[in-house]
Write a protein that binds this ligand. Sequence first.
Ligand SMILES: [Zn+2]
Length: 420
Amino acid sequence: MSTTWTIIGATLPDGSTTDLHISNGVFVEEAPTGAERIDARGLRAQPGLVDLHTHLREPGGEEAETITTGTAAAARGGFTATFAMANTNPATDTPERAEQVRRLAAGASTEVVPIGSVTKGLAGEELSDIAGMNSRAGVTVFSDDGFSVPSAGLVRAAMEQLLPFDGVLAEHCQDQTLAGSSACCHEGPVSEELGHVGWPTIAESVVIARDVQIAQYLGARLHICHVSTAEGVEVLRWAKARGVRVTAEVMPHHLLLTVDELRTGDTTYRVNPPLRSPEDVEAVRQALAEGIIEIVATDHAPHRKQDKDKPFPEAKPGMVAIEHVLSVVIETMINQGRLSWSGLADRMSHRPAQIGRLAHQGRPVAVGEPANLVLVDPAARSLVDREQALSKGRNNPYHGRNLPDPVVATFWRGRQTFSR
Ligand SMILES: [Zn+2]
């Protein structure tokens, strides 16, 4: 496959139009000899997307996804980097296991960055070797995603480990005493109607409130995973006004879908945190537009069919997202005039790379920079068909919906990792 490219007439995030030349993995000034030409007139040239929250399932969950299939799906979604969540089997909780994730990713279609667990085995009891995972395996993001770090004391102890290298704790905010493992539906009229155990908004916001206060006290960095509620946004707004070093992410499903989907009974819609009310959807869209929520991540969570073919409360929580996140953000934010293309580059490339301390990702599309690029057709639309996925996951909440179909091609370090 070609390693030199000339891309004609692409529109950059700032709206200007240019020809792009790629050689040796970087954007160069002059057209390289023998370059393969791509006519990109009418297409947007955006920096490759960076996902701070991906479940690649390997090791241990290869029936649901592998690093190969998950990153192929990511490249199709426009991504050039994915941060692999620690809740694999075994969990990524030692320097050796973090190194193993990097080794398994040798042939992947995106850069894969291991996230380390905060506690051993994500059990919420004893801290993992946080310093060792940083010094020996370069890990900068730590998360027990799937669970909240259960106590304020453990959050403090973890943040004290993170401070020397300015690492970040990425918190899954779900207070177990307010929303335990049987809670499966946003608490409100729909949970009452369907007889599901409610997952109240405050189970999210009280954990955010706890952690931002600890982060402020210590001067540590905190990142809030998958914000889904208006209350969560309010606490973030309060914390940011006080200078707390906190960042936050929203997922595509919380930007597009509401709790009403649960009336279908389809377990695809079982997800943590759950789909929320229309008011919550509006709050997270507004927060993303304002920058109270800095980034969009995916929480791409493929599951085996048998783990979803269960009564709703028992189905495994999570949905696939990585091939459709850009579709959803274009539909809910760009097409609504709430985010510009340069805003998109900020929210899905620059800021997630910055939070994860990935210096060579999320850079501008410009001469001398790494050639991490996604070519986007802003007008294309299609019906989503879950059987066409590159991911192994078929738990696709967008199946059958008419959505933007934007990704034309993806390049990671000058290598074409997806082409339609
Ligand atoms: Zn989570």
